[in-house]
Design a protein. Structure first.
Length: 80
């Protein structure tokens, strides 16, 4: 499986698996601007046995976008 992230806007990406949008990766910023986290989340609430690797849950959180891309097996980020 090969993931790519396609930038939509600052802090927002479509997560594409083999040419199909199946997830999103978004940055969450707290109201005071202090806490920031990235979330990779499935668009559909699939049962655990139908979730693509490495998703064990519907949503996973990461401290940085780089950490998310590593977890996704080295996903390529496309900013265009």
């Amino acid at each position: 499986m090969t993931y790519t992230l396609h930038r939509l806007a600052a802090g927002s990406y479509d997560l594409v698996l083999d040419g199909v949008i199946v997830r999103s990766v978004v940055r969450e910023v707290s109201a005071d601007g202090g806490h920031r986290a990235w979330h990779a989340e499935l668009l559909d609430h699939l049962p655990p046995d139908r979730r693509p690797s490495p998703f064990l849950e519907i949503e996973h959180a990461f401290p940085t976008l780089d950490a998310a891309t590593v977890w996704l097996g080295g996903a390529t980020v496309l900013n265009a």
